[in-house]
Structure formats: C-alpha cells, structure tokens
Write a protein of this length. Structure first.
Length: 434
C-alpha cells in the first residue's frame, strides 16, 4: 500500500482486497504487516467494539520485538503518543475532553471570516497570473495559516512544524521529522505556559484535565496532523471534483456552487485519510473466518468501507453516514470546524475565479504515494487573469483575540512562489520568501 501503483488506483486495490472477505492482509511499508478492513459493517464493528479492539499501540507485537524497526516510515504515524488518539477508557475521555472543550471556544462565524480573508490574501498572489497550483499555492497554505493563528504559533515555529509534519505523512526521513516536530512543539508549549493567550494551545494548558508537557506536545501533534494534511486534501480533492465532474461543472457555469454536495462526494469516495484508525485486538479474535491476532495492527480502510458495494447508493449529496470522520469513541472531534474551513476555502476560490479550469486532463493528475492519505501531488489550473481585492499584507485579527493580539506572519501579496520545487518544499520556500 506504499507504492505508486496503489496511489494511482486505490479503488482497484480495494476491489481485489474484497475478494478475500471483509478483511485482508496488507503491507503498509516494507516489512510492516497489518490487516485491512474493507467492508462498512466490519469497519463499524472494529471502530465501536472497545471491549475487543484497543487503540494503544504499545500492544503492537512487531514493533515491540523489533520486527518493525523504529525508523520505519510508518512508525511516527502509528507509534504510541500520550494523546486521545492512542489511548483508551478513562484516559481517553480525559484527554479528549480537553480537546473538545478547547475547540468549543472557537467561534464559527469569526473563524469563517478569518478563513475568507486569508483565502483572499492567497488568491491575490496568483489571480493576476492566470495560472496556479491550487495545492501548493492554496490548499496547503490555507490550513497552515489557520493552524498557526488558532494555536497561537509564531511564524518561526510554524515553519518547523510544517517541515516535521510533512515528513511524517510522506515518510521522508520520518524519524528525524518526528524529532523536529516534538522539539518544536515543546518550545510552543513552554511559550504558552509562560505567556498564555486567546488561543487553543493556551486553553489546553489551562484546562482542568491538567495535561503534562508531554501530553500537551502529543495532543498538538494530533491536532496539527488532523488540521493540516487531511484539511489540505479535503480542499484539493473537493476542487478537483468540482472542476472535473460533469455533474458539478454545469452548475458552476450556471452560477450555482454545489460545494457542500462536492464535499459530501469526496468524503464518501476520496476521504482525506483513506486508511487509518489503527486498532489492536486485545485477544485473538475470529471475524468472518479470519483470525485477527492479539497485538497485530488492524487498519480500517475508511475509503473502502465508504465504497463498499453493499452500500450501493448513487445519492451521496446530503448523506453524512460515511466514515471519513471515523466512528465510535474516537470519531473526529473537529469535523464541523474542518468542514467549515474546507467549504469556505472552496467557495472563495470559485467566487474569485469563476472560470477556473484544470490545467491538465483529470486523468493526468498524480497522487502522492502513502498508505494512509488520499493526496494529490499538484492541482494545476488556468483561468482568465483576475484583479486583486486588496487583501492586507498582515493576517486579520485572530477569530478569538482582540486587535493587536498575537498573530503570525502573513504572505506578501503578488509574490509568486518558487515553481520548480514540489509539495512542502515549495511551501517552505514560499513562506521564507525565496
């Protein structure tokens, strides 16, 4: 599941996997064995059966006995961290409560306004040129601006966080990337304990759950991981669908923007995190004729479950029964915020550039390899050059702070990013002004 063939056509992989039943053995990385759950019913069973399946990866046999080396590219995504994602029972409830209470203090209307103004700032950079890579110049950058701002992260730390998180998702020197990420977050937590502000990081430090520094760091790893890579994929995959599918293209030319319908479709068929929700059987379990051994990872394919032929339903619009946000006690606590950011980002782009078109045939778009995400490598588009709207060079006031409060460095309008570089390397060069 880690090669370019899987990335190019995961639907065919899932089709073949289903021939073995609701579960199938897979390899997530060289030498990393797991069981993949491909049916909707089996996925719900694993996600909800806390008495049988645990989230704590300290149960992982192959990592414990050295079969999987610590420098394996998937380890930073699967290793134990003291946060809500990798805990069970009362510990999970305590850590998750701190997250949900802190996120509840983010006001949706002011968050929407911030995303709109940040989107305008980014679009102003490429609108006069008539062409752009909507992944590297828009979908990747917007979640970064939102994350850094909502979490009170200074720009110099934000750069390092982006570099560390991207290395983990892409499996590029993942061990070094994980060290960079945790070290940088240690500095952010120390800053917020010393100088708390109106931001999510500060609210977490002050929560009655009394998170330790280690718990704070790995809770932020969880929130950043969920708020950057999956968010950019939801935005980019939504734009790809709107610009390539005839069901939506007619509505776009007619002035109607069926953005919510497109996002529903993406969450069903190309969820940003396609395969994750790793669980570990607490004991040997027989499920539909397959032995799931205690301590061996069981990975839920959210994408395969959503496209299970047993669900056969052509009407996706408005249907929110998909598993893109997972299910059970570990379902995503920020799905409303994530959907708001994605819908605003897509609506703003299509409003500013109504005649935007894909720069290459949709079949020539490339997908980034990796077992967990469903991520485009680039999203080139063309459009008639459009005027800027005068977005300010500095970011707008925080959705949760007074004017003059903490903010991060904003992009400079009209400066074109360095185009020869790819992905996160291009984003980092853009942020540095190279």
């Amino acid at each position: 599941m880690y090669g370019p063939e899987f990335a190019a056509d995961p639907a065919e992989f899932y089709r073949r996997a289903r021939t073995t039943g609701p579960t199938t053995p897979v390899e997530l990385a060289p030498g990393v064995r797991a069981t993949l759950v491909t049916s909707y019913g089996a996925a719900l069973h694993v996600l909800r059966s806390t008495e049988t399946f645990a989230k704590d990866p300290r149960r992982w046999n192959d990592l414990n006995d050295g079969t999987v080396p610590p420098d394996s590219p998937v380890v930073p995504m699967m290793m134990y961290r003291p946060n809500a994602l990798f805990s069970d029972g009362e510990e999970h409830r305590r850590l998750r409560g701190a997250i949900t209470d802190s996120l509840a203090r983010v006001e949706p209307n002011t968050l929407r306004g911030y995303v709109e103004r940040s989107a305008d700032t980014l679009i102003d950079r490429f609108a006069p040129t008539g062409r752009a890579d909507l992944l590297g110049e828009y979908a990747q950058v917007l979640p970064l601006l939102v994350f850094n701002h909502l979490f009170g992260c200074p720009a110099e730390l934000g750069l390092k966080l982006v570099e560390g998180m991207s290395g983990i998702f892409d499996g590029v020197d993942a061990e070094r990337a994980n060290e960079l990420l945790t070290t940088t977050l240690f500095h952010l937590v120390a800053l917020k304990r010393k100088q708390p502000g109106p931001d999510v990081t500060s609210w977490l430090t002050l929560h009655p759950a009394r998170l330790t520094d280690e718990e704070m760091i790995h809770t932020l790893v969880l929130l950043m991981g969920a708020g950057t890579e999956p968010q950019q994929n939801l935005i980019a995959n939504g734009l790809r669908l709107l610009l390539s599918d005839d069901r939506f293209a007619g509505d776009l030319s007619g002035g109607s923007l069926p953005v919510e319908d497109a996002l529903d479709e993406v969450l069903w068929t190309d969820p940003p995190m396609a395969n994750y929700a790793v669980h570990y059987p607490k004991r040997d379990v027989m499920y539909e004729g397959a032995l799931l051994k205690a301590g061996d990872p069981v990975v839920v394919s959210l994408a395969a479950a959503n496209t299970d032929p047993a669900l056969a339903n052509d009407q996706r619009a408005g249907n929110r029964a998909h598993l893109a946000w997972s299910a059970g006690p570990h379902h995503c606590p920020a799905r409303s915020e994530a959907r708001l950011i994605a819908s605003v980002a897509v609506e703003k782009l299509l409003d500013r550039l109504p005649d935007v078109e894909l720069g290459v045939p949709v079949g020539r778009l490339e997908w980034r390899p990796g077992p967990f995400h469903r991520a485009l490598a680039a999203l080139p588009v063309t459009f008639p050059p459009a005027p800027v709207v005068g977005a300010t060079a500095e970011p707008p006031a925080s959705p949760m702070s007074r004017p003059g409060g903490p903010y991060t460095r904003a992009p400079r309008p009209h400066q074109q990013p360095t185009r020869p570089k790819n992905g996160w390397a291009r984003l980092l060069a853009w942020w540095r002004g190279e």
